[in-house]
Design a protein around this ligand. Structure first.
Ligand code: PEP
Ligand code: MN
Length: 689
């Protein structure tokens, strides 16, 4: 690299012996440097062993500052660039921290299969190698055409990790990667930074003004815009990635074409670097996230960052309140990014990075508090931080830790008389975690608080006519949500099981046509993702109230969930089931009382209206009533609906059918159009919540 230009003098042959001697000296110095690095690393290993049984954090920012100041002072004294020395020592210190962390985690010997986007020697490839080197691990790296393909490979088990760029200090955030974090079941287990050092390279050493074309990734071209302007004869040409551009130049053999990319890629493809450091800004870094299909807990002595996705409640100052929870508990924010919320115009998701580790009680407590304040949270993971700004360290808590919000919360809980604090089975859904009523939003519709919603429609979707005519009728009578089962939990395997996905299509179409959001039951974990794309509210049926895998799965969604009370479940069990959903991050839970099994046989179930008042006292979640399943007899439905409203329910779930006697399921309890109209007419006269 850095070969002399042909026009810079030709009679260099007489200087060869002298240069040979100097190069030999240089080689000796270089191997001396490597020897010193090895010695440094052995001392670090001793330090790691000495720290093994201490609770002290691996990283010591004060000590790092001292080391950097000392080496910079020495550099200045010796007349070498202080910034060069600082850069080298930052790398060395970073490596020492990684080495000590490795000692704690016992990481190293394993071989990782790593997916990245781009071709060999792309920046992502380099960052992935740097990450593995930091772990002291080996790896098999595979480049994929797109970010999505890299993630597909990871989730299909073809890779153990994926390394994707998430932001660049010049070009900003990489939206597609944020979208994947939102959509897919991914965990961030690490991060890496890479200093992007663009160079211009060609097949041979040619004058810059002889170039006619310059290839690079659009970002590479953009980041070197000023340099390119100085070469008006060369046409900038977009290429799918920087390393690919280098490869193309090498393959073409054309000396008039050059590529912008990393010096490493130029080297790998046997190109000559014509100019180093051509980016407009010198400090150009890309941050990469290391992704896995499973979360990986990290030792609390290692400085960590935690990343999450947050949807705030629809209240004034909601975001501020969430940020205060973090700052008030000593977690400093390193990044806040807002993205549009898909399917919800003018609503936003927030991506938040802060310094902290979910394995630490104070961070876990802050997350609990955040859950209570937010509408939806997806914790993407806690991982060793590479790009740390400053100092609050895990393991060395400030004395004020005793007053963290978690402790304050615990203290409040402990102070409560035992008669009020009933259960240890749930915390987040408990009224004490959130004194205000939770209001779940379904588009423009509010469920909870002072509002009263009516969800109506057939037990099962049977055909297009049946669902469309019912949708129109219930909408005209003032219903707010269209119900219709498509996967039916039936007592007998010979009974009508529902139309499945075909039924969902009919339901969604009827909803669109009438402008009503739709609710339908999800019965299995495998149905959840697909269902969430179409249905506005997902119903968990009575028989699945304690299907914990299913509860956890809907807990990962950013979609309202209606949780029915189990046939033989106590209110406490029901609230604990809701806790499963909320603990996963989804705070948008609506409870539904639908009757329980008692010795009474005059009705299909015994509608427990007292549950409404008990739940409203014990929890902040909205609760609605289903008098159809609660009584099982159409004649009893309207009076119990009115009673439910009077008792303080936030709404109703009612079965309506154009020809109830012909209904394929729950014929006895389905209301005719006339009966539903009569129910609605008198409902308004009952005082609501
Ligand atoms: C239903 O709503 O159609 C249903 C099956 O309800 P549950 O789960 O309450 O029996
Ligand atoms: Mn039913």
């Amino acid at each position: 690299m850095g070969a002399n230009r042909p026009d810079e003098g030709s009679s260099v042959s007489d200087q060869q012996p002298k240069i040979g001697g100097l190069r030999q000296q240089l080689d000796e110095v270089d191997s001396g440097i490597v020897g010193l690095i090895a010695r440094r690393s052995r001392i670090i290993a001793d330090i790691a062993r000495a720290k093994e049984h201490s609770s002290k954090a691996v990283q010591d920012p004060d000590r790092e500052r001292q080391v950097l100041a000392a080496v910079e002072a020495t550099a200045t004294e010796l007349g070498v660039s202080a910034s060069l020395v600082r850069r080298i020592f930052r790398e060395l210190i970073g490596d020492s921290v990684a080495q000590q962390a490795r000692h704690l985690t016992g990481e190293g010997a394993v071989r990782h299969r790593v997916a990245f986007q781009g071709s060999a020697h792309a920046y992502s490839d380099a960052a992935a190698r740097k990450y593995l080197a930091g772990l002291g691990a080996e790896g098999d790296l595979t480049g994929y055409g797109t970010f999505r393909e890299a993630i597909d490979a990871l989730l299909a088990g073809a890779a153990d990790l994926a390394v994707l760029p998430i932001e660049n200090t010049t070009a900003g955030s990489i939206n597609q990667v944020y979208a994947l974090l939102r959509e897919r079941d991914l965990f961030i287990v690490g991060e890496e930074t890479w200093k992007v050092d663009h160079c211009l390279a060609a097949v041979q050493d040619v004058p810059l003004n002889s170039l006619t074309r310059i290839l690079s990734h659009p970002q590479g071209l953009e980041q070197c815009a000023q340099f390119l302007q100085s070469l008006p004869g060369a046409v900038p040409t977009s290429y799918f990635d920087t390393a690919g551009a280098m490869a193309a130049v090498a393959a073409s053999g054309d000396p008039r074409v050059a590529a912008i990319g990393s010096p490493e890629a130029a080297d790998a493809y046997g190109l000559v670097v014509l100019r180093h450091g051509i980016a407009d800004t010198e400090d150009n870094y890309t941050r990469f996230v290391v992704l896995s299909g499973a979360a990986a807990p990290v030792d609390v002595r290692i400085a960590c960052k935690t990343s999450l996705i947050l949807v705030t409640r629809h209240e004034e100052g909601a975001l501020l309140r969430c940020l205060e929870i973090l700052s008030g508990s000593g977690h400093s924010l390193t990044k806040l990014e807002s993205r549009p919320r898909p399917g919800r115009p003018w609503e936003y998701l927030f991506f938040i990075d802060f310094e902290g580790n979910v394995a630490e009680p104070r961070t876990a407590a802050a997350l609990d508090e955040l859950k209570a304040a937010a509408q939806y949270i997806k914790v993407l993971g806690s991982y060793p931080a590479k790009a740390l700004r400053h100092s609050p360290q895990p393991g060395s808590l400030p004395d004020t830790a005793a007053e963290s919000p978690a402790d304050v919360l615990e203290a409040v809980v402990a102070d409560e008389p035992s008669a009020v604090r009933r259960s240890r089975q749930y915390r987040l859904v408990d009224r004490s975690a959130r004194p205000a009523d939770t209001v779940v939003t379904v588009g423009n519709l509010l469920v909870g608080g002072d509002s009263f919603v009516v969800m109506a429609g057939p037990c099962s979707v049977e055909n297009a006519d049946q669902i469309t005519s019912t949708a129109r009728f219930v909408r005209d009578q003032g219903a707010h949500v269209l119900r219709g089962g498509v996967f039916k939990p039936r007592t007998s395997p010979y009974a009508f099981q529902g139309l499945g996905w075909e039924g969902l299509e009919l339901l969604v179409r009827a909803g669109h046509e009438t402008g009503l959001p739709v609710i339908t039951e999800v019965m299995a974990v495998e149905q959840v993702q697909r269902m969430a794309k179409e249905a506005d509210i997902l119903q968990i049926g009575a028989r699945n109230m304690q299907n914990f895998d299913l509860l956890r799965e809907v807990g990962k969604l950013d979609r309202p969930v209606l949780l029915k009370r189990g046939l033989s479940s106590t209110i406490e069990e029901w609230l604990a089931a809701a806790e499963y959903i909320v603990a996963q991050g989804n705070q948008q839970v609506i409870l539904c009382e639908r009757g329980i099994r008692t010795f009474e046989s005059a009705t299909r179930n015994t509608l427990d209206l007292s549950a409404v008042v008990v739940v409203r006292e014990r929890s902040h979640l909205p609760v609605i009533v289903d008098p159809s399943h609660g009584t099982g007899r159409r004649g009893y439905v309207a009076p119990m609906a009115w009673a439910a409203r009077a008792a303080g329910a936030h709404g109703l779930l009612i079965e309506v059918h154009p020809a109830p006697e012909k209904a394929l399921s729950d014929a006895d309890q389905s209301l005719s159009f006339g009966e539903f109209a009569a129910l609605m007419a008198r409902l308004a006269a009952v005082p609501g919540p």
